[in-house]
Design a binder for this molecule. Structure first.
Ligand SMILES: [Zn+2]
Length: 213
């Protein structure tokens, strides 16, 4: 407990109000084990936003219940769009933060058969709510990058250049996702993103938002 308190203090002293590990993505190697970088990002998010998550490595980049699953080959696929270490860091932090916020906002505890925790109000169809959930976590992950002074342009490029971001029944289109990322750069939190006609989760947002610009 004491060590934990000290480590937080240390971060506060060194970087101000935000707990963040200095990461050097020039050491990222395509096709190799980069888990120490991913684990540091997950740890930073857990420390900052207070929601503990576990990490697993397997198929698909996704959040299941309270766990973030990282598919390393898919991460490579996204990060190889640039060799710039800061841009790679921005992409990795965005992708992991996206999944982290799915857990923190309890999106992972909803389903299309009507399951939903008491803190979340599903107002539209599940498909509509699901699309908005994606926008909510993209929005928060972009804000997170902004707080760390990392660029969001690589994220916009990733959405536009990867065919898996083409949209569909449950997902916003790549263009809509870019729009959300751009809008997140504005000051403050736009509550309309979280108090939306398809889903409301402002209570859970409130537990996180004091840490975001
Ligand atoms: Zn998602």
């Amino acid at each position: 407990m004491r060590l934990y308190a000290l480590s937080i203090l240390c971060c506060f002293v060194s970087i101000g109000l935000f707990a963040v590990t200095a990461l050097d993505f020039s050491s990222y190697r395509l096709g190799k084990n980069n888990r120490y970088l991913f684990e540091a990002i997950v740890k930073d998010l857990s420390l900052e936003f207070g929601r503990e998550v576990t990490t697993a490595y397997g198929k698909g980049l996704q959040a299941i219940a309270d766990r973030i699953v990282i598919e390393e080959s898919q991460m490579d696929d996204f990060l190889k769009q640039t060799t710039d270490p800061k841009e790679r860091e921005a992409l990795a932090r965005f992708i992991i933060a996206h999944e982290y916020f799915h857990v923190a906002l309890k999106h992972t505890h909803t389903d299309e058969w009507g399951k939903s925790p008491p803190e979340i109000e599903i107002r539209g169809t599940f498909k509509e709510a699901r699309k908005q959930m994606e926008k909510q976590v993209d929005y928060l992950a972009a804000k997170y990058l902004q707080t760390l002074k990392l660029p969001t342009t690589p994220v916009q490029t990733m959405f536009l250049e990867h065919p898996e971001f083409h949209g569909g029944e449950y997902y916003p289109t790549a263009e809509e996702r870019v729009e959300v990322v751009v809008s997140a750069i504005e000051k403050g939190i736009d509550r309309a993103v979280f108090d939306h006609k398809a889903i409301k989760c402002t209570f859970l947002l409130g537990l996180l938002s004091t840490k975001l610009p």
